[in-house]
Design a protein around this ligand. Sequence first.
Ligand SMILES: Cc1ncc(COP(=O)(O)O)c(C=O)c1O
Length: 487
Amino acid sequence: MDHSRAPVLEALEEFRRRGDVVFGPPGHKQGRGTDPRVADVLGLDVFRSDVLSLNGLDDRRQSQGVLEQAQELMADAVGAEHAFFSTCGSSLSVKTAMLAVAGPGEKLLLSRNAHKSVIAAVIINGVDPVWVHPKFDTERHLAHPPEPDDVRRRLREHPDAKGMLLITPTDWGTCADIRGLAGACHAEDVPLIVDEAWGAHLPFHPGLPAWGMDADADLVVTSVHKMGGAIEQSSVFHLQHDRVAPEVLKQREDLLGTTSASSLVYGALDGWRRQMAERGRELMDAALHRAERIRAVLRELPGLEVMGGEVIEEGLAAEFDPMKIVVDVRGLGISGMQATEWLRAHCHVDMGGSDTCRVNASITYADDDETEKILVESLRSLVEHADSIERRPRVHLPEPAVLEPEQAMLPRTAFFGPAEQVPAERAAGRVAAEMVSPYPPGVPVVAPGEVITEEMVDFLRSGVAHGFLIADAADPTLKTLRVVARD
Ligand SMILES: Cc1ncc(COP(=O)(O)O)c(C=O)c1O
């Protein structure tokens, strides 16, 4: 295929060249009505290219097939049979992907280190989750993706399961053996869905961890705004084999998706694919070298523990994404959250993520010598100033078993049923009616339907005292918890 073409961008250029006058949304009329103060911040070009798909990007009948062509080019670039763009972020694409495999009341295997969007899908879709517990790394206090044997066992226990949703890479760059997991699912003739939200760059360099489509997964979702270069909310479904029919995926997507897709998102996806198809290998090569250089320098700094390939050697993960710089800061006597706050306040550096133990920085093809230097110097400065950072109450990190709660009820039933707010001290033993997800990374410690334990409450409340952000709990202070009401 001709990857020098960018059908969406070409259609936008053509729309602007023709100077169409539009009597439908968006009401700013390609910037005619945009307040100059808005244009000063956002730029007028954003509004000029903000057009509808019908009678904008394409005609009423979509007869030029602008979007279809762009999606076919994407599929070709990443080795998928089909690709579909979504402008609603992977939070929605993951829900759709799950819905394409398991409907209400049906069973789906899920790794429990799931992002809150997955648990939200379990609630909304009414799926009966069969949890596959991640591999817990006690020393690093980190959950890595599950292994094929775990999946084989769960599929044997639940032969009526419709498939599996796997999350890889994790926020911290550790990756599953996708091929092994796909094999385990295919042996039972069920599909493997991969939430590869953090993996949009993987198809473009052989030195990166396996890309889901190359590793035999059936359906892969990526967020191209995370490790790729499209704008926020850019998400792509990639499909192959015949276990998930493209028309089923499209119809279920239609249930959830917007009817006003953003041409800006489509254009950015189209342009990213062209850039990667033409120069991906070279750009990723440079980024990989940069990431290795940064890791090597940071390893010399006292008090920092930099994660790398040793997680594979220790048998904890199948692969590691070298573009993730993961730095444990416990040796400095502070938490990852404190490190992030200090770096933002003192160096104007915003890290990619943090938790109690560590911070991470995503290196992409867009980094350059300047950003490399800033990252290294800021972390050096953090090390030098760590003693001056106030000591906060310690987070009571739980034993791994605490993060494998007993499920007493379907998440959907618990979430939508009668609930009450009880003081945290009296919550142990009750069934949760809400998600409680320290953010970032946004992996729920408690999900609806799970039995709350004292250790969980202790961990979460000590975390709040330290500075956890809990956006999804009804009471973010966690003085009270929302539980299923007693009969
Ligand atoms: C593993 C995982 N899946 C899905 C999502 C949701 O992606 P998006 O931000 O594109 O909605 C995230 C977001 O951080 C994530 O980490």
